[in-house]
Write a protein of this length. Structure first.
Length: 66
């Protein structure tokens, strides 16, 4: 059965998702996401440093939204 990645991503965007977090080494899924929709935010966690950075960015975005 096909994965239906693009269809799944488009549905999430239509439902209001505007930030995606890729967990694991590399940025393949982030690259694919960028080809589908460049306006969404993408974050990547592949080690302890990038985890800390991602947590900080999410916390800042939540503070800005409040």
């Amino acid at each position: 059965m096909p994965v239906r990645w693009e269809e799944s991503v488009r549905l999430m965007i239509e439902e209001g998702v505007n930030t995606f977090v890729e967990v694991g080494p590399g940025k393949v899924l982030t690259g694919l996401l960028r080809q589908i929709e460049r306006s969404v935010a993408t974050l990547n966690i592949e080690d302890e440093k990038s985890l800390s950075t991602t947590i900080e960015k999410i916390a800042a975005a939540k503070a800005d939204a409040a």
